[in-house]
Design a protein. Structure first.
Length: 88
């Protein structure tokens, strides 16, 4: 393991985590908007609005894929550093 401070470059999977967060937030806002008429006693939204709520799960899956990709890249880097250390 390196004693150096990590740089602030984008690691593999960072983009997926950010995109997943945005998609999740869009789904969360859609869920709040879709549930509001149920509590306010107004006419419910059409089924398309309910389908947009599924973006919460999609965003979570995208972010999880980004985290797994980042973990895999860190494991590959650690393995290569361990092999380089063993070769010395």
């Amino acid at each position: 393991m390196s004693d150096e401070t990590p740089s602030h470059t984008a690691a593999p999977g960072d983009g997926l985590v950010r995109a997943g967060a945005v998609v999740f937030i869009v789904g969360a806002v859609a869920t709040l908007a879709t549930m509001a008429p149920l509590f306010l006693g107004t006419e419910p939204f059409p089924p398309v609005a309910w389908a947009v709520c599924m973006l919460m799960g999609v965003g979570f899956a995208i972010a999880a894929a980004g985290v797994l990709r980042s973990v895999a890249a860190q494991r590959r880097q650690a393995r290569s550093e361990a092999r380089a250390a063993d070769a010395r």
